[in-house]
Design a protein around this ligand. Structure first.
Ligand code: ADP
Ligand code: MG
Length: 684
């Protein structure tokens, strides 16, 4: 069948070579491109009620001309016409600048439709467009008139006219691409009608339905691609189907000092199921700070070792590596597992020994920083790799990791809660497990916000905690452009506080310290030799000192909400009530709102959702490549429910046999092929 929509736009009346070049600059080459060049917004010509219009708003009103127009000339060829209009028994004035020709149309008693800017105080509309009520022109105009992204040589009127022509000629060629069952189930407009209506809606409701249909289609196609991609990678990776001794694993869980939360049980099952399945696991585990991810990791590692494999845990910093080493050792060595640590500071003979033992299979679990994926590190039989704080590892590092063994199962853990809409969009090809429940008995951290001028009061409050034998963190910001300045900042704060709290010990931690010294500083704080730890954000992740109950964060407005939440997670780790004070003088309303949000909620997922709403999806992931697609119609913030539905429907579809066979899904299969997903590789 000939695809007429693929015809060049020069097929249309009025488009020659030159016009075609101008349009191509906007990405419009074929008729299809033109029809899918959607309006960015609409001019709204709905007639408004005087009582509801706002100051400075562009509005359309209907009124009756009352009296004669008054005309004034000024300057060179400048004129102003004004007249009284009666609208709902209210007299308002309408003015025109430099449009002398309207004078003759303004005879008393005539009903006119005027569009322009409304001045609430003067009860006056400055008219930019006028039509006579019930004139052919007025009747032809719809409520909403499209406004498009434009370019050189392509103006609005031309584009409207051209799109209308294309619709007249080619509308009947627009195929339905969504399966009939989805169109019915979600009461979507047929594609043909939706495309016409998004350009020229008869009324606001029709415009809304058109957008809804095209938004759903866009999200569905995106999710279909992600789900098909996931299915394809699963079938292509020759993962190991690990034979886990489930009874032993259950026994290990039973002897832990606490029962797992419901959420922990659920994610453990998801992970172990993946490990037993014949494909390589590619799973993201997200859970708020303190939700208990480490024990979940330990269970996975225990299981892989009991199935005859080795495990690896990779973390971003040495401090964190050591902490994980300690907690894993405590849980796993009594079970007879060999756990070893490999970081940049393990060198020489010790390093050689570890590498040999690893290759011979004498080490069961290796914990470390990226030192763990260097060229000379070889595992005997790597079954499971876990990375903590995955956003700090690049794609390349993940690939190197995967190539270390026989396609190990990979689990990415993150304590940065990613709002679900973003997670299933940016990581759509991954499986996501979420721990959304805290262990019982945690006291929520009390967070407050203070101005710099209240700093003294904050310090006195801190002194009370110290008197009760508690410890505190004071966090100074670290801004990437100038680590040097920030370190200096931390040194200064440390000096000040050392004087202020003469009778206490104040420690100092920052990224420029040699790692031996860092260890010593952490050790002193963990053993309560120091009472206060002044630190840059290097203590952001993982650090666990339950006796620390007070945290002060300097210049809190310079941090992202997710990061503040991470930092705050360093306190509230013991049984006592903990506090976090944000010192900040934000200037903007958004800045203030962000501080308030921090004080209101302790729930990382809610915070990240609010952060997303305040900053928008683009900013959420920072300036780095976000991996988020550029949607034409859909909006990740407002259309998240549809995204969820689209994902479910897409998953069901790609995993059903009929989808890959039946005629009616032909268009979608063709679409997947254009996206690099080959039916042959998906069908086994
Ligand atoms: P995360 O890594 O997710 O921030 P951790 O794994 O460090 O959290 O756990 C935080 C603390 O909670 C640890 O002291 C851990 O022993 C404890 N913990 C974990 N799971 C439970 C549970 N189910 N019940 C009680 N305490 C738990
Ligand atoms: Mg952790």
């Amino acid at each position: 069948m000939i695809d007429l929509l693929a015809s060049p736009i020069t097929e249309l009346y009025g488009i020659g070579e030159e016009r075609a070049r101008d349009m191509a600059a906007l990405g419009i080459v074929s008729i299809r491109d033109l029809l899918e060049h959607f309006p960015s917004r609409y001019e709204d010509y709905r007639v408004r009620d005087l009582t509801e219009v706002k100051h400075d708003e562009r509005v359309t009103l209907v009124g009756t001309v009352y009296g004669e127009p008054s005309v004034r000339f000024y300057g060179k060829r400048k004129s102003r016409i004004s007249i009284k209009l009666v609208i709902d028994r209210v007299v308002v004035s309408a003015v025109w600048f430099n449009q002398m020709y309207v004078k003759n149309q303004l005879s008393p008693g005539k009903e006119v439709v005027v569009t322009g800017k409304w001045d609430k105080h003067k009860l006056q509309i400055t008219v930019s467009e006028m039509t006579e009520k019930d004139s052919p022109r007025e009747k032809k105009r719809t409520d909403l008139v499209p406004v498009y992204p434009l370019g050189a040589g392509v103006n609005l009127l031309f584009l409207r006219k051209t799109i209308q022509r294309a619709l007249d000629k080619y509308k009947s060629q627009i195929p339905e691409i969504l399966p009939e069952e989805l169109v019915q189930k979600y009461r979507l407009l047929p594609r043909r009608e939706a495309i016409e209506a998004i350009h020229f809606p008869q009324d606001a409701e029709e415009g809304k339905q058109a957008r809804r249909r095209l938004m759903f289609e866009e999200l569905f196609l995106f999710q279909l691609k992600m789900q098909a991609f996931r299915r394809m990678t699963r079938q292509q990776t020759e993962g190991v189907s690990q034979q886990l001794p489930m009874e032993e694993v259950r026994e290990f869980v039973r002897q832990l000092p606490f029962p797992l939360t419901g959420a922990q049980k659920r994610v453990v099952k998801e992970i172990l199921d993946d490990m037993q399945a014949p494909y390589a696991m590619n799973r993201l585990l997200q859970g708020d700070v303190g939700s208990g991810k480490t024990v979940v990791a330990a269970i996975g590692l225990y299981a892989t070792v009991k199935a005859g494999f080795q495990g690896a845990l990779m973390v971003p910093t040495e401090i964190l590596a050591e902490q994980h080493m300690d907690s894993l050792q405590a849980m796993l060595e009594p079970q007879g597992l060999q756990v070893a640590l490999l970081t940049g500071s393990v060198t020489g003979k010790r390093r050689r020994e570890i590498l040999d033992a690893l290759q011979m299979g004498q080490i069961d679990i290796l914990v470390g920083t990226h030192a763990l994926i260097q060229d000379d590190v070889f595992f005997k039989n790597l079954g499971l790799v876990i990375t903590d704080e995955q956003h700090r590892f690049g794609v390349e590092q993940r690939r190197v990791l995967r190539n270390k063994g026989l396609s190990p199962d990979v689990l990415f853990m993150t304590a940065t809660p990613i709002p679900r809409t973003l997670a299933i969009t940016a990581f759509g090809d991954m499986d996501v497990s979420t721990i959304d429940e805290m262990p019982a008995g945690r006291k929520p951290i009390e967070t407050s916000w203070a101005k710099h001028e209240q700093f003294h009061t904050v310090l006195e409050r801190l002194r009370v905690e110290l008197k009760h034998g508690r410890q505190a963190y004071v966090i100074c910001p670290l801004i990437e452009e100038s680590e040097k300045l920030d370190v200096q900042n931390a040194i200064d704060v440390h000096a000040q506080l050392s004087v202020y709290f003469k009778e206490y010990q104040v420690g100092l931690m920052h990224g420029r310290l040699p790692s031996k010294e860092k260890d010593a500083v952490m050790q002193d704080f963990a053993s309560a030799k120091t009472n206060i730890l002044v630190s840059t954000t290097v203590v952001e992740v993982g650090v666990n000192v339950p006796n620390a109950t007070y945290m002060v964060i300097y210049d809190a407005e310079r941090f992202g909400l997710a990061q503040l939440h991470q930092l705050r997670g360093r306190v509230g780790r013991g049984a006592d009530q903990s506090y976090c004070v944000l010192i900040a003088d934000p200037k903007s309303e958004v800045g203030k709102e962000r501080m308030r949000v921090m004080c209101e909620t302790n729930d990382g997922f809610e915070l990240s959702q609010r952060d997303l709403e305040l900053r928008g999806p683009g900013d959420f992931f920072g300036t780095k490549q976000s991996g988020l697609p550029d949607f034409k119609v859909a909006d990740l913030l407002s259309d998240y429910k549809a995204l969820e539905v689209a994902r479910q429907e897409a998953a069901v579809m790609v995993n059903s046999d009929v989808f890959w066979k039946e005629e009616k899904y032909g268009w979608l299969r063709q679409y997947l092929r254009t996206q690099g997903i080959l039916e042959g590789t998906v069908l086994d």
